[in-house]
Design a protein around this ligand. Sequence first.
Ligand code: DLL
Length: 432
Amino acid sequence: MIWNEKAEKMPLKELRSLQSKNLISLVNRMYTNVEFYREKMITAGVKPEDIKSIDDIVKLPFISKMDMRDVYPFGLFAVDMKEIEELHMSSGTTGKSVVVGYTNKDLKIWSEVMARALAMGGVTNEYSIQNAYGYGLFTGGLGVHYGAKEIGATIIPISGGNTMKQLSILQDFKPEVLTCTPSYSLYLAESAKEQGIDFSQLNLKVGFFGAEPWSESMRTEIESKLNLKALDIYGLTEIIGPGVACECEYQDMLHIAEDHFYAEIIDPETGKQLPDGEKGELVFTTLTKEGTPVIRYRTRDITFITREPCKCGRTSARMHRLMGRTDDMIIIRGVNVFPSQIEEILLKIEGVEPHYQLIIERKDQLDILEVQVEMSNKLFSDEIKNLSHTEKRIEKDLYAMLNIHTKVTLVEPKTIPRSEGKAKRIIDKRII
Ligand code: DLL
């Protein structure tokens, strides 16, 4: 179902002219109202009048997470505080977080793009949504909430955690939709199994999973264990929260709400724009936002974009599911390793569960990557020789893909810590 035909099926020429108009207005607003960005433009030697169309965006300087932290808390706000109706904060694990402010119009944009996303999975006002993303400063809970309200669906604002309650509500209220992180969905499935709950007896049709990296193999697991269609939803606090992009029913890359969020792919080293189809760092400009708009925000997320038409008829650019980050990409003995690559391999191995952690240590100047992964109950009760055979097999597959030796350790079922939100996959113990 298409929520906003006019916006989502807009011919390219019309879209570009709308984007150009909005970029010009944004640059003027930022130049006038945000001292931090005005200074950046002056340093870069670019004036608002140099920006005549969306193609001129390449002349504008980037904004990074560091920049945003430097002006914490309100240095990026482009309107008076009395216009701000809501504040959210990024889930920064180190240093200061990034604060974003939403005006009334921003909240409307958020509701609109989230309604578009939910409609991509067929959500209507007849559906109910068990929203297990955290409510609070994290954008997941309220983002889904606003989209559900816009559609008129019934929201069950259970928030994250409280797994037993989640399970009883899934059984008693029989929602059609589940929204949470992909790792938590698998945790729910696992807990349900222990309680003897059969997902085929529930009523779930679709789930919107995001906020952390996952893979195609994990999708297969989720779809079979939870008996629903699993869609990938993407977003980030600095841009608006969830709803920046989402998969439609064809599950063939994520549609970007391009009339609001202009996407570019750049070479992370040189900052040069890359053509469609080439993998690089995703950069967003919030064309319509008022509270904390950003121009050319470097997400550190790695993907590529296509503008090939999608079978669903939407004309927007689509991004491939995230392929890693420029920063939490781990470098082991000079090799760039993305946790998602490792996950792909693990999930193809029989007897292994989708719960794993990567532990990196440095011994005698050499990086050692240990992959701890849980085995299934069945494998656990097998003979020791089968366990070591599986470990060796995974090590071999990882070597074939990454060209580095790893140490694979199968751990007992349920020993890797579970998370109610984003899973912590990497433990880097190196002191460099
Ligand atoms: O995670 C917003 C969100 C909430 C998205 C609910 C989807 C669902 P932040 O906490 O600011 O915002 O984290 C943003 O999380 O730059 C990505 O690295 C990662 N991320 C978000 N969605 C996905 C996804 C929310 N679908 C950061 N796949 C982003 C992989 C994702 N990574």
